[in-house]
Structure formats: C-alpha cells, structure tokens
Design a protein around this ligand. Structure first.
Ligand code: ZN
Length: 97
C-alpha cells in the first residue's frame, strides 16, 4: 500500500483507507477500520475510498489522499532520471556543432 485516503468524522476522528498495488499488481483499496476491500479496475480510487468512509463510517470531513514517503521518493527519482537524460541529450546535441 502506497497511498492513504483519509476523512474525518464529526468529532475529529480520522478514518483511513489505504490504496496501492496488491498481489499480482492489482490495485486494491483496503479499509483500516473494517474488513472492506475493493479491487480497482479503472479510475477513481480516491473517490471510491472516500465513498466507503462516508457510507460505512460516516466520515465526510476534510477528505485527503497522501502518498507514502517511499512512493514520493520513487516519483522524485523518476523525475531526476528524466531530467538527467534530457540534460545529456541537450549537451550531446549542442556539443556536436
Ligand atoms: Zn471501513
């Protein structure tokens, strides 16, 4: 699980659904407060998670979706690699003239 979808109850209690890749690279939503889980086949993981929190637990306040540090690092790393490749290509193209 790499993402956390949270919503708060009216007294401030935070309810959470985690989201990420499960077995065989299937995208799964998993509730931390009951045994609900759902396989996501297309789009809207955030929407489905928040729907569950609202319907099953009555948590409708301040809906958010956050990524784990590990997932964020992966994105940062991918961006850095892309930037470096672009820099090398640019350097190569300009140094040929
Ligand atoms: Zn639940």
């Amino acid at each position: 699980m790499t993402h956390h979808i949270t919503a708060t109850w009216e007294d401030g209690t935070v309810f959470e659904v985690s989201y990420g890749y499960g077995a065989r690279q299937r995208r799964m939503l998993e509730c931390l407060h009951c045994d609900w889980e759902e396989q996501i086949t297309y789009g809207g993981a955030r929407h489905k998670g928040l729907d569950h929190l609202a319907q099953a637990h009555g948590a409708v306040g301040s809906p958010t979706m956050t990524a784990d540090a590990r997932a964020r690092r992966q994105v940062m790393w991918t961006m850095t690699v892309c930037f470096l490749i672009a820099a090398v290509v640019l350097w190569w193209a300009t140094s040929r003239t």
